[in-house]
Design a protein around this ligand. Structure first.
Ligand SMILES: Cc1cc2nc3c(=O)[nH]c(=O)nc-3n(C[C@H](O)[C@H](O)[C@H](O)COP(=O)(O)OP(=O)(O)OC[C@H]3O[C@@H](n4cnc5c(N)ncnc54)[C@H](O)[C@@H]3O)c2cc1C
Length: 393
């Protein structure tokens, strides 16, 4: 159906009504209190199960694989209504990152096996890209995969692996060849975290949260049938996946986050403070610009085109605007944003805390938000990509 034929007001009303009836208060509260980069597995999977029953889990997937068949505007309306209602976000590693590359590079057997389990939340994924000596320079990765009959045998380590402690699957870049250009010997594998020889060690963030880990591989046997694409051609798959990772939807969440800070500033009687007013106004215009870039990027995905370097532009703008909103939230919260409020946040209201609820999360979100310009390829690397591919430098 073309955009002109769809009654977008009726669609918005339908989504809003459904969210009012189906988003449980405990999931709304989990989202409100969330400070980490990702919402905890128990909450995002609980929300995924509710969306699954309605058929709304994966608006960006093609309808043939279980997508909604919505156009760009409908997808944006859905995202903004979810943000407005305070719905928890779904973990992106499966639905938004590995799914599109399975659709593009997977065999029919792989698509038939993985995609339904991804939709159902049965497979919960983590991303095995970074290593202790390979972050921005990802092609320097060394996790060794030696051929042994119809298996690869993996030895080495991955680091900063978000949710590896709760995931049951990992998509992983391994080195199958040490000769030639570094990009040429990389292979993309899909593996089960329960495979013998895998161990996961927690890394606790500055805000006290356990999101990421170091993962060790000690003679881990992975069937060659779990390879996505050809041996030694994993770099192409890896780069495509990163474009999808960076092409996250930012605008709807930013609009809500800015509205929250504005409300907190109003409660604190700070809206007449000139610097606060100026910062809110500047952020408001930035968010609108991001919305426009996002439309362009998500339209490309909707039409089955890879997002390309525009996803780098979106990542830089989206994450830096998010950080500025988080900084403003800390300034608005004032003394209530002191880091010791972490305990109050964990313990709820029994600690004698008397400040506004919005201040409880401000500092932890600010700390965790620093990560946004690092993960998915740091913003400096995104600027390098734009310089090369957009400006031709
Ligand atoms: C919260 C969080 C979650 C993450 N989750 C995952 C995950 O699930 N899976 C995963 O594989 N990885 C994950 N990462 C790792 C992330 O991808 C890397 O941290 C990132 O790619 C940067 O690599 P690095 O940390 O090794 O820093 P480095 O590459 O050592 O970079 C250090 C600094 O130097 C700058 N720099 C490096 N090279 C250049 C250059 N050529 N030009 C200009 N500046 C440069 C960088 O921008 C950065 O500021 C996560 C990271 C964070 C913070």
């Amino acid at each position: 159906m073309s955009e002109a034929q769809i009654d977008l007001n009726a669609f918005r009303a339908e989504v809003r009504g459904w969210l009012a009836d189906n988003l449980p208060p405990e999931l709304r509260q989990a989202h409100k209190r969330a400070t980490s980069v990702f919402v905890e597995k128990e909450y995002n999977l609980a929300w995924q199960a509710i969306l699954l029953r309605k058929g709304w889990v994966a608006p960006h997937w093609p309808a043939e694989h279980g997508g909604t068949g919505w156009n760009e505007t409908q997808r944006y309306i859905f995202a903004s209504e979810c943000a407005r209602a305070g719905a928890p976000s779904l973990a992106p590693m499966g639905l938004k990152m590995v799914a599109p590359v399975i659709m593009k590079y997977g065999s029919d057997a792989q698509k038939g096996y993985y995609l339904p389990k991804l939709l159902a939340g049965e497979h919960y994924w983590c991303q095995g890209y970074s290593e202790p000596q390979a972050g921005s320079d990802l092609a320097a990765l060394q996790l060794r995969a030696d051929s042994d009959g119809d298996h690869y045998v993996l030895n080495g380590s991955k680091i900063w692996t978000t949710h590896a402690h709760v995931a049951n699957h990992m998509f992983c870049l391994v080195r199958t060849d040490r000769d030639g250009r570094p990009q040429e010997g990389i292979t993309f594998l899909l593996l089960e975290m329960a495979t013998p020889g895998i161990s996961v060690k927690p890394i606790i963030s500055i805000a006290g949260d356990h999101d990421f880990n170091q993962v060790f591989f000690d003679n881990v046997r992975v069937p060659k049938a779990n390879r996505l694409g050809d041996e030694g051609k994993g770099w192409t798959v890896a780069k495509t996946l990163l474009e999808y990772e960076r092409a996250a939807a930012y605008a709807a969440g930013l609009i809500e986050a800015l509205a929250e800070v504005r409300a907190a500033a109003k409660d604190a009687e700070l809206l007449n403070e000139p610097t606060i007013r100026r910062r809110i106004a500047e952020l408001d215009s930035q968010v609108r610009t991001i919305h426009a870039v996002e439309d362009m990027v998500l339209a490309a995905i909707g039409e089955g085109r890879d997002p390309g370097p525009a996803s780098s532009m979106l990542k830089v703008q989206g994450t830096e605007c998010q950080q500025k909103i988080q900084e403003l939230a800390v300034d608005v919260a004032g003394i209530y944003a002191a880091p010791y409020q972490y305990e109050a946040r964990q313990a709820g209201s029994n600690t004698g805390y008397v400040g506004p609820e919005s201040a409880l999360t401000a500092t932890a979100r600010y700390f965790n938000g620093r990560a946004a310009s690092i993960y998915g390829g740091s913003n400096e690397i995104q600027r390098n990509i734009m310089a090369k591919l957009v400006l031709g430098l």
